[in-house]
Design a protein around this ligand. Structure first.
Ligand code: ATP
Length: 272
């Protein structure tokens, strides 16, 4: 947890998902994607949202991002109801979603250049975040000239340059090879530490969730709701080969497959 947690009590709640229902009107009838999803997130937390394919993880994230509307229920950020996308939330997708006609620096600078910021300041911001993700030497490259890992670094830098407080990541490393994935996981944790962003990270992978999260939030099979939560109380950097890590991984896997305890909070540690 962040230092501020221990010094001055828990950080404030900045995101509240309340009784969210989502029904899609598909051509072959309605699809209930979410039923009664509730989630509370504190500033600076790193949350991993874990669940089987089709349980509604992306739907939940897209509603939080404001790209999708809920059928019932609400999402509030800093106490204000979300009714569309906003600069306080930035999304990173598995397929990068970069502007193919813009270079690395233009992609990163796109958000700031559309705010009321002086061009000099935009250039400074762009350079800062480009350096933060290690892409200064690739400033003039276009997305098709980059590897998957580099594209995802651009996507992350773009959110950071937009000054978002909440980083929403939908299986961001799912399309990457194992080595690149592991490097980006480390880099993301380092960025999260330095920027103190709040992160909600969707994944299928128990290992990725236990490696990254402060708290793993598990969803039931569709229609999704929050089934239970596990606090990951392991120091970072985490060693995937350690006994503590594997105890937690087994615990999370067991909970995920057994669907016990509707809406329960389980404070699991390596000792439990
Ligand atoms: N636009 C849509 N129209 C109709 N049904 C949809 C739409 N988007 C999602 N669904 C359905 O809603 C359910 C939840 O989908 P969602 O993509 O949120 O799940 P997920 O947990 O993110 O899945 P995955 O892990 O496979 O990406 C699924 O049954 C899916 O088929």
């Amino acid at each position: 947890m962040l230092e501020s947690t221990t010094r001055s009590g828990p950080p404030p709640v900045i995101l509240e998902v309340s009784d969210l229902n989502k029904i899609y009107e598909a051509s072959n009838g309605p699809v209930m994607a979410l039923r009664g999803a509730n989630l509370t997130v504190r500033k600076g937390e790193f949350i991993c949202l874990l669940g089987a394919s089709g349980c509604g993880k992306s739907t939940l994230l897209r509603i939080v991002a404001g790209f999708e509307t809920a059928t019932e229920g609400s999402v509030a950020v800093y106490g204000c109801k979300v009714d569309g996308p906003g600069p306080d939330r930035g999304m990173v997708f598995q397929d990068y979603a970069l502007f193919p006609w813009l270079t690395v620096q233009e992609n990163i600078g796109f958000g700031p250049s559309h705010r009321r910021i002086a061009p000099k300041e935009v250039a400074k911001l762009t350079e800062k975040f480009m350096a933060m993700v290690g892409l200064t030497d690739f400033a003039d490259r276009y997305p098709h000239q980059l590897s998957g890992g580099m594209k995802q670094r651009v996507a992350i830098a773009r959110v950071l340059a937009n000054d978002a407080d909440i980083l929403l990541m939908d299986e961001p490393f799912g399309a990457l090879d194992a080595l690149t994935r592991s490097t980006l996981q480390e880099e993301l944790i380092e960025l999260w530490r330095t920027t103190r962003l709040t992160v909600i990270f969707v994944t299928h992978s128990v290992e990725e969730a236990v490696l990254l999260a402060d708290r793993v939030v598990m969803m039931t099979a569709g229609p999704g709701r929050i089934d239970c939560e596990v606090d990951i109380d392991l120091p970072r950097p985490r060693d995937v080969a350690s006994l503590e890590f594997n105890t937690l991984r087994r615990d999370v896997t067991k909970r995920l497959t057994s669907h016990i305890g509707g809406g329960r909070r389980v404070a699991a540690t390596a000792d439990s």
